[in-house]
Ligand binder design. Structure first.
Ligand code: MYR
Length: 280
């Protein structure tokens, strides 16, 4: 059985990795100053942060149009028997629902939409694993069971410099954002039941990073091999430094660096930083 793996742009899997593993990508878009850009195609993270400096308006994001999903699935239907389409959390975007709807409209291929309940490289871990398993000839059920197993141990914590981006985009309730900004805290955020909620209120960025390091330490000490990714919004040097520190603390964890691209950074703002990990 030939299985195609699709994910959306918010997994931020570099193009060379996608090409190597045969991962198909459907882009979400950002609108800046009235111009629409498909991220990772018309606009990469570096260009986005440059654009932000020039335009005096706040960007917005949008999910892929349904026609784009249908066109992608129809073209894959020519070569594959099944598609596993892995998307950012259904609690923050309609993209997953878009994949389900498109799947019902395309004939000749079975579409399994998978709600990552998260985004960024955490979602990327799922897409990469699914692609490796598809190449080994595993069935859709085996792949989905493995993704569920990874989901059970997946953790992701992140912090933002300014909560107002999340509040403006409606991805954090006003009450929580107001409390956060009033207290001038750097709340650690995470996902519960597919949506973003504060995890702990911490006053400084450094303390928040130390707290995340402590949290991964609890899992690393269990002796289960872990993969982890530091995710940053235009803070590459800080990410490299943090990676070196974390690698020293937890030599048994496989750390990488990834990024918050245009769509996610529209909601988190420049300077956001996070860490995600799951079993290898
Ligand atoms: C859309 O317009 O459909 C996309 C909306 C994206 C909302 C993003 C909210 C922030 C997500 C943070 C993910 C952190 C993962 C570690």
């Amino acid at each position: 059985m030939k299985i195609a793996i699709v994910t959306d742009s918010t997994a931020y899997i570099p193009k060379d990795v996608r090409d190597k593993l045969n991962i198909h990508m459907i882009p979400l878009s950002v609108v800046i100053g009235g111009e629409t850009y498909e991220e990772e195609i018309d606009l990469n993270a570096e260009q986005f942060y440059e654009e932000l400096k020039r335009k005096d308006r706040f960007p917005t994001s949008s999910q892929p149009p349904s026609g784009k999903f249908v066109a992608l699935f129809e073209s894959l239907a020519k070569d594959y028997d099944a598609i596993i389409s892995i998307h950012l959390s259904s609690g923050i975007s309609g993209t997953y629902q878009g994949a389900i709807t498109a799947g019902t409209m395309v004939e000749g291929v079975k579409v399994y939409a998978y709600d990552s309940e998260i985004s960024c490289m955490a979602q990327g871990f799922y897409a990469i694993e699914a692609a490796k398993m598809a190449a080994e000839g595993k069935s859709p059920e085996e792949i989905i069971a493995r993704l569920d197993e990874m989901k059970a141990s997946l953790r992701a914590y992140f912090m933002v410099d300014d909560l107002s981006n999340l509040q403006r985009g409606g991805r954090l309730t006003s009450a929580q954002a107001i409390i956060g900004s009033l207290l001038k805290v750097k709340p650690l955020l995470h996902f519960v039941d597919k949506v973003i909620v504060p995890f702990e209120k911490i006053r400084t960025r450094k303390k928040a990073m130390n707290r995340i390091a402590e949290l991964i330490g609890e899992d690393a000490s269990k002796g289960i091999p872990l993969q982890a990714s530091i995710i940053h919004a235009n803070r590459e040097e800080d990410a490299k430094e943090w990676k070196a520190e974390l690698e020293q603390l937890y030599p048994n964890v496989d750390f990488s660096i990834s990024y918050f691209g245009p769509v996610i950074a529209t909601h988190l703002g420049e300077g956001a930083m996070g860490l995600t990990w799951t079993i290898k």
